[in-house]
Design a protein. Structure first.
Length: 248
């Protein structure tokens, strides 16, 4: 089996969605979708590794204000911007933060993720439709800043569409905590107050229990991930296309 973790110089949290066990005894296919942290950090060698892996479409889930650069000239890549969340000045950010106060991971992580999925269901639907439409040709990569939260939620949706085992989906999500551990430790150490430090600890957490709870919530409210995405105006044909690509 090929390695799931991809060592592309400049990034810390890149992996293929292939090799995940499915509920019917199979596994997801390599080369269909790759999740990543901020690809703007890639070195020249890192960009060449990305292209060499077969990536032909890069879907950027970040806010406009988080973006600083574009894909280097001359690379055979299509860049599509599909921000999942509102700009930082939006009042939703304070409201969501207030919901997580007084809780600790995994509960705080779960409540934030569920709020993201519910408040911005149309944006998650648009991102998944874009991923489905980009399926022809090579590998599709999607990323945010750390490749943990927004990217983690989209990865979980795709894997569940393909029938990936819930525990495997949660374990894949939790790998971001391992990959980003040193970066998170430096960020937490740079906190300017106890309140800021506690917030950074909550944001950095990647407990698998949180992702399992998110999936359970979607089951309760929508009958599962597919029901959620259909409510987000993702067509059945798009879901079938993603499933076919990830199952081979």
């Amino acid at each position: 089996m090929p390695p799931r973790d991809l060592a592309w110089d400049g990034c810390l949290n890149v992996r293929d969605l292939g090799g995940q066990p499915t509920e019917d005894g199979g596994e997801t296919r390599f080369g269909a979708y790759v999740r990543a942290d901020n690809v703007e950090r890639l070195s020249e060698a890192g960009w060449q590794a990305l292209v060499g892996y077969g990536v032909h479409t890069v879907i950027d889930l970040r806010l406009e204000e988080e973006r600083e650069a574009v894909i280097p000239d001359g690379l055979p890549l299509e860049l599509l911007h599909r921000p999942l969340l509102p700009d930082f000045g939006h009042p939703d950010w304070n409201e969501i933060n207030q919901l997580s106060l007084g809780t600790v991971p995994p509960a705080s992580t779960w409540v934030v993720y569920v709020e993201f999925l519910e408040r911005y269901r149309d944006r998650f639907g648009e991102a998944v439709r874009t991923i489905a439409a980009a399926a022809d040709g090579g590998t599709v990569l999607f990323h945010c800043m750390g490749g943990k939260d927004r990217t983690g939620l989209v990865a979980a949706l795709l894997l569940r569409i393909a029938g990936a085992n819930r525990d495997a989906v949660a374990a894949d999500y939790a790998l971001s905590g391992r990959n980003l551990e040193e970066r998170h430790a430096r960020w937490i150490a740079a906190a300017t107050s106890d309140e800021d430090r506690e917030l950074r600890i909550r944001i950095s957490a990647t407990p698998p229990e949180a992702m399992l709870a998110v999936l359970e919530t979607l089951d309760e409210r929508y009958g599962g991930v597919e029901g959620y995405l259909r409510a987000a105006d993702v067509a059945a044909a798009d879901l079938d296309g993603i499933r076919a690509r990830l199952r081979g």
